[in-house]
Each structure stands twice: as C-alpha cells, then as structure tokens.
Design a protein around this ligand. Structure first.
Ligand SMILES: *Cc1c(COP(=O)(O)O)cnc(C)c1O
Length: 341
C-alpha cells in the first residue's frame, strides 16, 4: 500500500463519482450546449452570489485568465512572494499577460492592507509600471495551508476600491478555508472581483477549476479561455464529477484537517524535526534539523512506501486528502514515530 502525501491532487475518482460521470448529459460546450457544464457553472455562480462562472481545465489557466482580464501589458500585479501565480504557473503572468509581479514579503503567504498600500505605484508617476491588480491565495499553498483573517481581506478590498485595483482570489483550496473557518462562499463573492476554485484538489475530481465573477469582468473570459486553448467540447463528463464533489466532498475536508494536525503533532515530537509550521487545514510543512539530511529522511519514508515532497529551502511537505484513508493514517503515524536516521 503506497501512502502518497505529495499533494491532494493525487486522488482518483471514487466509484460514486465515476458513476455520476458516466451518466452525465453532454453537449458541445464551445457552443454552450453542454447541460451539465451549464448546471455546474450556474450552481457555483449562485453559491458565491456572482453573475457568472466558467469551467476551466486547470486552476493555472483560470488564474491566468483572471490576470489577463484585470490587466494590460506592462501593468503590475501585487501578490505575496509565495504566490502560486508567481512561483508555480511557469511564468505565465509575464508570458500571457505581459505583466510583472510586485512581491510582498508576507507571513505564511499572507500580508496586510498596509503592505498593499505601500506596494502600489503612484499612477501619475509614469516611470513605474501601473498597478492594476491585487491577488491573494486562500488557503496559502507554499504558506502551509494557512487561512486568511477575513477582516484583513475586507481592508484590502477597501484599498483596492480607493485605488481602483482589481482583486482576485486564487481559491484553489478555498473550500478548506471555508470549512476550517466556518465561512461562506457568499462572503468571498462580496469582496472579490474574481475567484478561481479547484475541483481537483481536496474535492477529488480528476480535473477542473472554475472562475467566478460578475458579468462586466467575465464577459471576455470565454474569449480568453479560447485563446489559451481551453475551450472544451463534451466536457460535461468532467463537470458531473464537480457536481458530485460539491454534494459529497466538502464537509469531509474536516477529516483531512484533523489528520494533518495529528501528523504535525507526531512530527513535532521527533528530535530530528526543527519546526512544524502551524497547521490549519490539510497541509503540513516542516523542517529538519540542519544535521539531518532531508534526502535521506525522504528515502527512509519512501522505503516504507510513503511519498512526501520537498518544497525547497529545507522545507518538506505532506498533504492529506480524500484517498488518504484511516488505515494509511494509522500506519503513517506509526512509521513516522519510529523513524530514525
Ligand atoms: C494547485 C493550485 C493551483 C492550480 O493548479 P493546477 O495544477 O493548474 O490546477 C492554483 N493555485 C494554488 C494555490 C494551487 O495550490
């Protein structure tokens, strides 16, 4: 039995999800004639109380489309130094939209409204790039699954209003934040111009993300998606997985969070572990003592069929998910407890 904790993207569709997919009504979504995609998009738009939602093959493409919608070439996007759009989307912001990123030196991937204010270039000083968008991530990926304080988000919204900036949320794991903090999609819909959510992370779908926003900003989204090569045909089979996931796989994220906390507790008791970052959701990031070789540590786990991932800078990551069972969890806790190097 392999225990794969490299990411929550390693899940495979369950029997129930596969059945829902097989029974999907489909049509050509480029003509907007796929009934299942239409239902999914409407359902997600309604959840967030926004006018429009659009299905995308990946979260990266949804984020990249959002950046394109909010900016012109030469503009600047304010985001955290850990941001997925900056670190993990292949340089897409500059490639697709011709924008640069002004990185904020935040805390766990999060920052304050005050830091945003200081990062805005004065629009009348034509030497510097024009700031046009603020982007945040909830939960933060490289920041260890941390959840934002919603009050800070509201303050950033005010700064965006004052300075006429767009506000985009990379909500690849927003579902985790909603469950952990008992928040609602509606409150996020109220403060952001655009939101991307992933169906293929914690929710266990094989593929799929959705970009959400009001008509004005979203009216060009379908064209951008087409330009990016993301116009899909009988994609209702995948949208059906999304609908199934919304019905069945959100509340259970609590279990992933509980397991992650339990892993963190065991790790923090190991003498070879230097620090475990605070765990709020399903991501565990930890660092080994300097005299412990991380490659060796990962190999020891690999020998027991446990896969984890390095995040660079001496940090290691484990992510709990739908396919990480109670049995695997007990097994893992046992093995980690006894590990010696
Ligand atoms: C996974 C992820 C995405 C999207 O990734 P894709 O693999 O392109 O679907 C975007 N943002 C964050 C924070 C992520 O963790």
């Amino acid at each position: 039995m392999t225990i794969d904790l490299r990411s929550d993207t390693v899940t495979k569709p369950s029997k129930g999800m596969l059945d829902a997919m097989m029974q999907a009504q489909v049509g050509d979504d480029v003509y907007k004639e796929d009934p299942t995609v239409n239902v999914l998009e409407e359902r997600i738009a309604t959840m967030f109380e926004k006018e429009k939602a659009l299905f995308f093959p990946t979260g990266s493409m949804a984020n990249q489309a959002a950046i394109k919608l909010h900016t012109n070439p030469g503009d600047q996007v304010i985001c955290d130094k850990y941001a997925h759009i900056y670190n993990y989307e292949g340089g897409g912001a500059s490639f697709n939209s011709g924008v640069s990123c002004k990185l904020i030196d935040g805390n766990g991937g999060m920052f304050t409204a005050d830091q945003v204010l200081k990062a805005i270039n004065p629009p009348d000083f034509y030497h510097s790039p024009l700031t046009s968008l603020v982007e945040i991530e909830n939960t933060t990926n490289k920041g260890g699954g941390a959840c934002w304080d919603f009050n800070e988000i509201k303050k950033i919204r005010e700064v965006c209003d004052e300075h006429k900036l767009g506000f985009h949320l990379d909500g690849a794991r927003l579902w985790h934040a909603l469950v952990a903090k008992k928040e609602t999609p509606k409150q996020y819909g109220e403060v952001f111009d655009t939101i991307s959510v992933c169906l293929s992370k914690g929710l266990g779908c094989p593929i799929g993300s959705v970009l959400i926003g009001d008509e004005t900003i979203m009216s060009n989204a379908i064209r951008i998606r087409k330009i990016f090569g993301g116009g899909m045909r009988q994609v209702g089979y995948l949208a059906a997985a999304g609908l199934y996931a919304l019905d069945n796989n959100i509340e259970r994220l609590k279990e992933d969070h509980k397991k992650a906390k339990e892993i963190g507790e065991i790790l923090s008791k190991l003498s070879m572990v230097k620090t475990v970052e605070p765990i709020e959701t399903n991501i565990v990031i930890f660092e080994l003592n300097q005299d412990v070789d991380e490659i060796n540590f990962m190999q020891k786990l690999a020998n027991k069929n446990i896969k984890i991932i390095g995040m660079g800078g001496g940090k290691l990551r484990m992510v709990t998910h739908l396919d990480y069972t109670d049995d695997m969890h007990n097994n893992l806790l046992n093995i980690v407890q006894k590990i010696n190097i």
